[in-house]
Design a protein around this ligand. Structure first.
Ligand code: RRO
Length: 310
């Protein structure tokens, strides 16, 4: 039985439910071209800043048995390079999602304004990079989120979404949902890595990555229950005009299905793409289709948000 995994985010048609996450292997033209040629439903860029950034000192990424811990520090080509790439990226035939991550509201206004005038399909504003020394995650400062959304949602008609940090308290889900409802935000992407986690190597007696004394963003299997809870909580608190892209620990079709039950409209893959390469999109898509077919589901909406209460 064929299962239809097509979806839409803010009116943008996606041929499947899976795409790459802003993060691994999406910084350079060559990397983005590989994503475009894979089964990823869209091409999502690495978060960009006003200027080119080298990023944090190495070692700044480590694989872990159940995931990874990056502290890349936003290495990217600078937003103008991505702006120039947009027509070429679009010519590869897939929706293009640009991720921006300014260091101030002014930075984000400059970048959102520029991409509003481009041909990108969606703009994802990253409020949750945990790995810049001395910079707090905007997503944990509700007042700042509100100020930023006020400024960023009036700059044009292209749909804007925001990439959220993981939240761990019901009061925070409620506070953030109430802010989101005040603005024409079209989607949220949750969750970013769990910031400021520490992995210690007991043999060397050192952290395993260098930046921030070893504090980095935890990714992969470790964070799947947190990602699922964030998607679920926001799905229950928000109205349907704000869609949800789930991310966190998806490495097979069953993981992707669990995010669907929690209420995700689409999902993004980070660590698994980093570890396995671009074949992961087709593999996970096939696994999801097979798992759903086995249950008799024909399309995403048959299961979307339909987590059954115990
Ligand atoms: O570049 C990074 O270190 C990074 C970013 Br921008 C982010 O949003 N999340 C993350 O775990 N790492």
């Amino acid at each position: 039985m064929q299962v239809d995994l097509s979806t839409t985010i803010a009116g943008v048609q996606l041929d499947s439910y899976l795409m790459n996450a802003s993060g691994p292997k999406c910084t350079t033209w060559d990397e983005l071209e590989i994503v475009a040629q894979s089964a990823s439903a869209a091409v999502v860029t690495k978060s960009c800043t006003i200027e080119f950034r080298e990023g944090n000192p190495e070692p700044r990424y480590s694989d872990l048995p159940l995931g990874s811990i990056p502290s890349m520090g936003l290495p990217n080509l600078g937003y103008k390079a991505y702006l120039e790439m947009v027509p070429k990226l679009k010519a590869l035939g897939k929706p293009v999602v640009v991720s921006i991550s300014g260091f101030s509201i002014e930075d984000n206004i400059e970048m959102v304004s520029a991409f509003q005038k481009s041909d990108v399909d969606l703009i994802e504003v990253n409020f949750s990079c945990p790995n810049i020394p001395g910079k707090a995650q905007v997503a944990y400062d509700f007042e700042q989120v509100e100020c930023a959304l006020k400024a960023l949602t009036v700059l044009g008609d292209k749909p804007i979404g925001i990439k959220l940090a993981p939240y761990f308290d019901m009061s925070h889900f409620i506070a953030m949902a109430n802010i989101l409802k005040k603005f024409p935000v079209k989607f949220i992407t949750c969750v970013n890595s769990i910031g400021n986690t520490l992995i210690i190597d007991p043999v060397t007696e050192s952290p395993i990555i260098k930046p921030k004394g070893g504090f980095g963003g935890l990714c992969g299997d470790y964070i799947k229950p947190i990602g699922l809870a964030n998607v679920r909580a926001f799905r229950e608190l928000l109205t349907d005009d704000i869609q949800i892209i789930g991310v966190g620990g998806i490495k097979n079709g069953v993981d992707a299905f669990e995010y669907l039950l929690a209420g995700a409209d689409a999902v993004q893959i980070a660590t698994c793409f980093e570890k396995e390469g671009a074949n992961c999109f087709e593999r996970i898509e096939n696994e999801l289709a097979a798992f759903m077919a086995n249950k008799g589901y024909k399309k995403l909406s048959d299961a979307k948000g339909k987590l059954k209460p115990l």
